[in-house]
Design a binder for this molecule. Structure first.
Ligand code: FRU
Length: 658
């Protein structure tokens, strides 16, 4: 029955509720059950097998990791896996506080995995999980049920996927949970903060590529220059190193090299049916205020939603009351499949939105026009671009920019960022492709960032592996240009030169065999954080290889291998790339090594590749260049030790946030 354990009594000084001018002490919480014992508390009864004979010790066999509970044991109906069914029922208790708090996780099935509060035979409140093994705090307002006797019943009659439910900490309280935004962002910040020490200990973690403070990240979102800062938001899962629970993380920078990690910005509004805040962009409204546009994912068709900042540093946001902004109903009879990732641009004072998706089994980019200056009313203009590959069912993350007199459309399609250079005919509502290519092979889900000086910077997600405390980072900021014939040229941002440390150079030097480049440096180098700019004439050589992270005996290395006859460049982890003949006979490479991250800009930026390297023995730090089959001539080679960038996390989790 009800008990008030002493350790749960609130310190009376802190727990004061102000009612008008008269301070009233909050009544202490009443813990109905914290499930810390070996068996269920006295009076709790079960049917079936799902709940076993007592609370579970966290995760059960074959279950994904359960988290978000207090102490060591929550209620968990995964006892015999998803197929087990049963109920768990509390003894009667009297409702003597305004709220009933609990933590809930597991399957989202409104009838089959649920928690009911019953008064007599009537179910007065009900809850379900969120298809997540993380228990989230929730609360029912039971103020109208004061003095009533109730029971709580947990039901698991689901036998398929997510056929289980978990619960902890059933407490009557007078303290209202903070609002959903504060609660979810607070929990997200805490979960990311807890993973930071683990993430920082990983030797493969890049030192100067942007990465989240910890945990999973994917697409950059909402990149913008605003009030003197470059802002980058990004898809993040605060609760693990795999995709899930999509929020928008946030960082800002003056130079795209050194970063301030900001607190997570956007959260899934669960009370409004959102499960994920997917990718999107930021765009200024006519009055200059910025607005965020993103795809809202829930148990319904995707919708495009809007949010507005409450602070000029873009740390605090609210979802606009008019959501959803766009629904699939705009498309009439045929809904767009996988409809997501809004991108905004304006032309001739009209604001447009692109959204990726699939129509009749083909990957498409849809075009919309804003009908008001608040950007809250939209009409569909139909398909503006159909991906040329018939086998491709949908397009993700479209971005568009006018560069060097042409339009450049970027799409993310099955693991690649593709570029389409051409004309955008807004009257005919058609993008006309003149050239198609791949950009920064290995990167995905791009965003473009426009600087005040007109520079257009490419940023995209680099996938890693289920890391230790982290997963994913962004490509190096890279500037984009078009050649007169419409080829995309991608080069490392000039600001990267800030990180250059000691330098070694070689010029006009013949290389028959191998040259140890570390010997060209004035001092010792780490061999793990480097920039190399190389222009080499193949001469009589048939193969030229740049060896990074080479072992002392030369048996192992990360080899960037160029086959002269076929002009083929092979970079670990990437498909071989043929360098265009238009780049001339020399091999020009601009290479960045940043612990596990490798970026290669070849042929003056016409071919770009990025790769995340497998684990390499820490003693393998050699750097060599070799020519096989003849003699090559190094026209110029500069090797720099690169210093780590600053990732300042002091604003990430300030002590008093909300
Ligand atoms: C691309 C993508 C987007 C989506 C987001 C979800 O990587 O699939 O289409 O909005 O990731 O995290």
């Amino acid at each position: 029955m009800s008990k008030i354990p002493l350790f749960r009594l609130w310190p009376l000084v802190g727990a004061v509720i102000l009612t008008g001018a008269v301070p009233v002490r909050a009544a202490p919480d009443i813990v109905i059950a914290d499930f810390e014992g070996a068996g269920y508390p006295p009076g709790w009864t079960t049917t079936g097998s799902a709940f076993g004979t007592g609370p579970a010790h966290g995760t059960l066999p074959n279950q994904q990791a359960v988290s978000g509970y207090h102490g060591s044991v929550p209620v968990n109906s995964y006892r015999d896996g998803d197929q087990a069914v049963g109920t768990l029922t509390s003894p009667p208790f009297v409702i003597r506080r305004r709220y009933l708090s609990l933590r809930v996780g597991g399957g989202h099935h409104l009838t089959d995995t649920r928690i009911d509060l019953r008064v007599g035979k009537t179910v007065v409140r009900t809850a379900t999980g969120d298809n997540s093994e993380r228990l989230m705090p929730m609360q029912w307002d039971v103020s109208t049920l004061q003095g009533k006797t109730a029971i709580l019943r947990v039901t698991d009659t689901a036998t398929g996927q997510w056929g289980h439910i978990s619960m902890d900490d059933l407490t009557l309280t007078d303290t209202k949970l903070p609002d959903e935004r504060s609660r979810l962002l607070g929990a997200a910040t805490a979960a990311i903060s807890a993973a930071i020490p683990v993430a920082e200990a990983d030797p493969r973690r890049p030192g100067y590529h942007y990465h989240a403070p910890a945990q999973w990240m994917n697409d950059p979102n909402g990149t913008i220059f605003h009030d003197g800062w470059f802002h980058v938001f990004y898809q993040c899962n605060p609760y693990g190193t795999e995709w899930g629970h999509m929020h928008w993380g946030h960082a800002r920078s003056k130079d795209l090299i050194n970063w301030e990690q900001m607190p997570p910005a956007l959260w899934p509004s669960r009370s409004a049916g959102e499960e994920h805040v997917f990718s999107g962009s930021l765009f200024p409204r006519a009055d200059g205020t910025l607005m965020a546009f993103y795809t809202s994912i829930g148990e319904r068709d995707p919708q495009q939603w809007g949010a507005l900042p409450d602070s000029s540093d873009l740390t605090r946001w609210h979802k606009i009351p008019g959501n959803p902004l766009l629904t699939n109903a705009l498309h009439g009879a045929e809904p767009v499949a996988e409809w997501r990732d809004p991108f905004l641009f304006s032309d001739n004072r009209i604001t447009y939105m692109l959204v990726g998706g699939g129509l009749s089994g083909r990957g498409v980019v849809m075009l919309y026009q804003a009908l008001n200056s608040d950007l809250t009313a939209w009409k569909s203009l139909g398909v503006v671009f159909q991906h040329p590959d018939a086998a491709l069912a949908n397009v993700e993350c479209p971005n568009l920019a006018r560069i060097d007199g042409k339009w450049l459309l970027l799409t993310s399609t099955y693991g690649k960022v593709e570029t389409f250079t051409g004309q955008l005919d807004l009257k005919a509502r058609r993008f006309i492709t003149e050239k198609r290519d791949i950009l920064m092979d290995g990167s995905y889900a791009s965003q473009l960032l426009h600087a005040p000086d007109g520079t257009v910077t490419y940023l995209a997600w680099m996938r890693t592996e289920k890391g230790s405390g982290w997963n994913g980072y962004l490509t190096l900021p890279s500037t984009l240009h078009l050649t007169p014939n419409g080829d995309v040229v991608c080069q490392p941002a000039a600001s990267l030169t800030k990180l250059r440390g000691q330098r070694g150079s070689v010029a006009n030097r013949s290389v028959p065999g191998a040259l140890d480049l570390t010997k060209q440096m004035p001092g010792q180098i780490s061999g793990k954080s480097l920039e190399i700019a190389l222009d080499i004439s193949p001469g009589t050589a048939s193969v030229i290889t740049l060896h990074l992270r080479a072992s002392a005996d030369g048996a192992r290395s990360v080899a960037l291998r160029y086959e002269v006859a076929t002009r083929t460049l092979s970079v670990p982890g990437r498909a071989p790339a043929v360098l265009p003949a238009s780049a001339g006979p020399d091999l020009t490479l601009h290479v960045f090594l940043d612990n596990g991250a490798l970026d290669v800009y070849a042929a003056g930026g016409l071919v770009t590749l990025a790769s995340f390297l497998p684990e390499i023995p820490s003693g393998d730090t050699g750097v060599q260049i070799s020519a096989d089959g003849g003699t090559a001539v190094i026209k110029s080679l500069d090797l720099y030790e690169m210093k780590p960038a600053v990732f300042d996390a002091t604003r990430f989790a300030p002590k008093t946030r909300h």
